[in-house]
Design a protein around this ligand. Structure first.
Ligand code: ATP
Ligand code: MG
Length: 206
């Protein structure tokens, strides 16, 4: 499951666990993007913060892992490069399921090499409030749409944008993301808009 994860939240976790159970997958890899090609520099929280929050949110699930692949790869994070790198690591026989929300899958034609993505992975599209997956055929064409498995995972109208907005106004983000993520956001003053700069990520030397 790829994403900016700025920050990771309960909808990401709910969907990942639902897909894992439904397809009996041995593990789910959360893949925080390095520099997302469709977002401007400076608009996104430093990758190390996003990575650590993903680790904190997933640490209690033995089937969940967070990958540094896109974070450590220089340049924009293209999904096709990631899928090929994973295939090289896991072996050509590995079956990768690529989990996306409705908004993301409806935009896939704007991504680099969408047809190659559909060949490399089994795309799973999950409903998301406000986005209509009935448009999949007309948006992508029937042939591409036929390669995508649409599932009804539990719906949760949560977005990272909503969490950033609440945190910026100093409002509660309880029940939207796991407690350790909330604590981390507070500790590092992420998303605050009160003139106090967020703490830069510093590598520990000890
Ligand atoms: P932002 O508001 O910053 O775009 P986001 O909540 O959309 O954040 P992303 O990191 O952009 O989270 O999304 C990662 C993946 O999770 C995408 O495929 C996205 O469609 C999916 N996703 C995120 N939130 C939901 C949700 N509430 N329901 C279904 N899919 C979701
Ligand atoms: Mg998004």
């Amino acid at each position: 499951m790829g994403g900016t994860f700025d920050p990771i939240h309960f909808a990401h976790l709910l969907i990942a666990e639902d897909v894992r159970r439904r397809f009996r997958l041995p593990r789910v890899l959360f893949m925080p993007s390095g520099s997302p090609p469709h977002k401007d520099e400076g608009e996104v929280t430093p990758a190390e913060h996003r990575y650590i929050m993903a680790l904190l949110a997933t640490s209690d699930n033995p089937h969940f892992e967070v990958s540094r692949l896109e974070i450590d790869r220089p340049g924009p994070s293209y999904t096709i490069d990631t899928l090929r790198a994973l295939k090289a690591e896991l072996g050509e026989g590995a079956q990768i399921y690529f989990v996306t929300g409705a908004d993301a899958v409806l935009e896939i034609l704007t991504w680099r090499r969408p047809d190659a993505i559909l060949d490399e992975a089994k795309l799973v599209a999950v409903h998301r409030p406000g986005f209509d997956l009935a448009r999949l055929d007309e948006t992508l064409g029937a042939e591409r749409a036929s390669k995508i498995t649409v599932i009804e995972a539990p719906l949760a109208n949560i977005s990272s944008t909503m969490i950033r907005g609440l945190a910026a106004r100093g409002e509660s983000i309880r029940y939207l993301t796991p407690r350790p993520v909330i604590d981390y956001i507070r500790k590092h003053r992420l998303y605050r808009r009160d003139g106090v700069a967020p703490e830069p990520f510093e590598e520990t030397t000890t």
